[in-house]
Design a protein around this ligand. Structure first.
Ligand SMILES: *[C@@H]1O[C@H](CO)[C@@H](O)[C@H](O)[C@H]1NC(C)=O
Ligand SMILES: *[C@@H]1O[C@H](CO)[C@@H](O)[C@H](O)[C@H]1NC(C)=O
Length: 218
């Protein structure tokens, strides 16, 4: 190998190992970069708009409980870059999750963020599953905190008799949420039944039933 190739290889290895140290959104390069959600310019994040105001950094949407009269009895109210455009490039966001008694935030992952939840009200059973399929679960109550590692499947359920609520923090402006069941049973176009009958070791009828139940409501 020529010396210059060797130098290039070492340079690339250093660049890769530095990149692997960045475990959340990239560092910002200016004070603010308020997202221009309407811009057609696509980059890693949103392009910055020039005409900004204090309200680009403000959101009142987590002040009140979200409605929980849905299939799962729980609702996530996001406070991400899509609601607070001033979060663009800042690498943080929040959400509020409300749970009716029995309410479930079903197993899901956040591909771009670790999550930390603080219980506002009530009591929840929470859990995450590691890549070797080990479950870590615990009951948490008002004032307590729990964390979910970026990318790992996790859930929360309100086994109590009163409503529960948490505030969640994320180390990404847009953590992304992928619900396990909806991803495989309610994608568009749908995943072939044979993939799901083999994966879950059940018959086509049951797969079709789950697909029907989870289909996005029109
Ligand atoms: C900037 O925003 C303010 C408030 O929305 C508006 O009154 C003003 O016309 C805008 N200026 C430009 C140059 O777009
Ligand atoms: C939930 O309740 C709200 C207000 O009470 C109502 O407007 C909405 O239609 C309900 N949603 C469902 C899915 O029942």
């Amino acid at each position: 190998m020529a010396t210059s190739d060797h130098g290039l290889m070492i340079g690339m290895m250093i660049a890769f190992s530095l990149a692997s140290l960045v475990s959340a959104d990239p560092e910002l390069l200016q004070d603010v970069c308020v997202a221009d959600l309407a811009s057609g310019v696509k980059l890693n994040g949103f392009s910055c708009k020039s005409n900004i105001s204090v309200d680009d950094f403000f959101f009142a949407g987590l002040a009140n409980p979200g409605l929980t009269n849905n299939t799962f009895g729980a609702t996530v109210t996001p406070a991400s870059v899509q609601q607070i455009t001033g979060l663009n490039t800042l690498g943080v966001s929040m959400a509020r999750i409300d749970y009716a008694p029995g309410g479930l935030n079903p197993p899901h992952t956040h591909p771009r963020a670790t999550e930390i939840v603080f219980v506002l009200e009530g009591e929840l059973n929470v859990g995450f599953i590691t890549t070797d399929n080990k479950l870590f679960s615990k009951t948490i109550k008002k004032g307590e905190i729990f964390t979910f590692t970026r990318g790992l499947i996790h859930y929360q359920i309100n086994n109590g008799k009163v409503p529960a609520a948490v505030i969640a923090g994320f180390n990404s402006q847009l953590s992304g949420t992928q619900r396990v069941a909806n991803a495989v049973f309610a994608s568009s176009p749908p995943v072939d039944d044979v993939v799901l009958t083999n994966t879950f070791q059940v018959g086509t009828k049951l797969v079709e039933k789950i697909k029907y139940r989870l289909a996005p409501k029109k």
